[in-house]
Design a protein around this ligand. Structure first.
Ligand code: AHM
Length: 339
């Protein structure tokens, strides 16, 4: 077997990045390594979900009022476990937990980061072999190092993120993470069990031809959104139209595809749910950070997602995210007074 030494692993990549910052402590690299380790464990279970009795409901209902699947519980435990035992994270917030979890031991209290995550997004798709994923967000704590973290460390606007990322457990398994310096993707090489750099310096194409939205909710959307959807369907061939509608119902995969190929993903407010469905801190804010670093845009229809000051960890928000020009065209329909 020949070994391709040009392949760069996640660890090699983060260590190389560290060289650009002489004062860096390596804590963030450690945290990313921890997330990668937990994701590998989750990947193993996702792959054998059809073989063993890990499918199906765990029987409990999470804080969002949704049924918790067994793999959600497993994934949550993996991420909590690695971060608790690592040296980089002082506490976590998880979509699966009612409250933040403050690790409160000597090592953790001296860590400078907190992490928020959705351990298994798109869980309605678990039983039918559709790609699911993990989404995470890293903030530098605002309380003094050496003390236990508090809610204030988690309730920060997305613009303060130090890093954000996601993992897709799909036809291959990929970990994508962003810092202010760029967005990079690492595909898991199962033969060596390593994340290897496969998508360096990801840029979101400014224009695209894909729109992703739940069409079943069409008549629940505000008028401007409905107009924009009609515009996507009526685009002339000379404008690349008609656009293609693609909606997996697994946000990680939908947004990843649009990030790579160009496109827009929308989860608007619904008549009976003005906040939409998606969670600001576990889903929208990390993706907004990643897509903006890659050159795209993300709003709640009125303001940048990254500027929203959260008031509680489980709050929801409408989301519009994707290629810059598509987002600008959408905005001309939902905020006609601004154009
Ligand atoms: P989940 O947290 O229960 O997994 O729900 C989040 C998922 C997203 O991945 C996806 O974009 C959305 O729910 C789909 O919702 P809908 O079926 O209402 O279109």
């Amino acid at each position: 077997m020949t070994i391709n030494r040009r392949v760069q692993t996640l660890d090699e990549f983060t260590i190389q990045q560290l060289r650009n910052f002489p004062n860096a402590t390596g804590e963030l690299s450690g945290l990313l390594r921890d997330m990668g380790l937990a994701a590998k464990r989750v990947n193993v279970e996702v792959n054998k979900a059809g073989l063993i009795d890990i499918l199906g409901d765990a029987g409990s209902v999470n804080v969002q009022g949704e049924e918790v699947k067994k793999l959600d519980v497993f994934a949550n435990n993996q991420f909590v476990g690695v971060l608790r035992h690592g040296i980089s994270c002082a506490g976590i917030g998880s979509e699966e937990l009612d409250d933040i979890l403050v690790f409160d031991d000597e090592i953790s209290n001296n860590s400078k980061y907190v992490c928020l995550f959705d351990p298994l997004d798109g869980s309605a798709n678990i039983d039918v072999n559709v790609s699911i994923g993990t989404i995470f967000s890293v903030f530098r704590r605002v309380t003094p190092v050496g003390t236990p973290v508090t809610l204030a460390d988690f309730l920060q606007p997305g613009i303060k993120q130090v890093a954000a990322g996601y993992v897709i457990y799909g036809s291959s398994t990929i970990l994508v993470y962003a810092t202010r310096r760029g967005v990079n993707g690492f595909t898991l090489d199962p033969s060596i069990g390593e994340w290897t750099l496969s998508h360096p310096d990801i840029k979101c194409p400014p224009a695209g031809k894909i729109y992703s939205v739940n069409h079943g909710n069409f008549f629940q959307y505000e008028e401007g959104v409905r107009k924009y959807i009609n515009v996507c369907q009526q685009k002339e061939a000379s404008e690349g139209g008609p656009y293609t509608q693609r909606y997996i119902g697994s946000m990680v995969s939908d947004v990843h595809r649009n990030l790579i190929k160009g496109g827009i993903f929308m989860y608007p407010a619904l008549k009976d749910k003005p906040g939409g469905k998606l969670r600001l801190l576990y889903e929208c804010s990390p993706f907004a950070f990643i897509v903006e670093v890659a050159g795209g845009l993300a709003t709640d229809g009125k303001q940048r997602i990254l500027d929203i000051q959260p008031t509680h960890v489980h709050q929801r928000t409408p989301l519009y995210i994707g290629s810059k020009l598509m987002m600008e065209e959408l905005n001309s329909y939902i905020n006609p007074d601004q154009s």
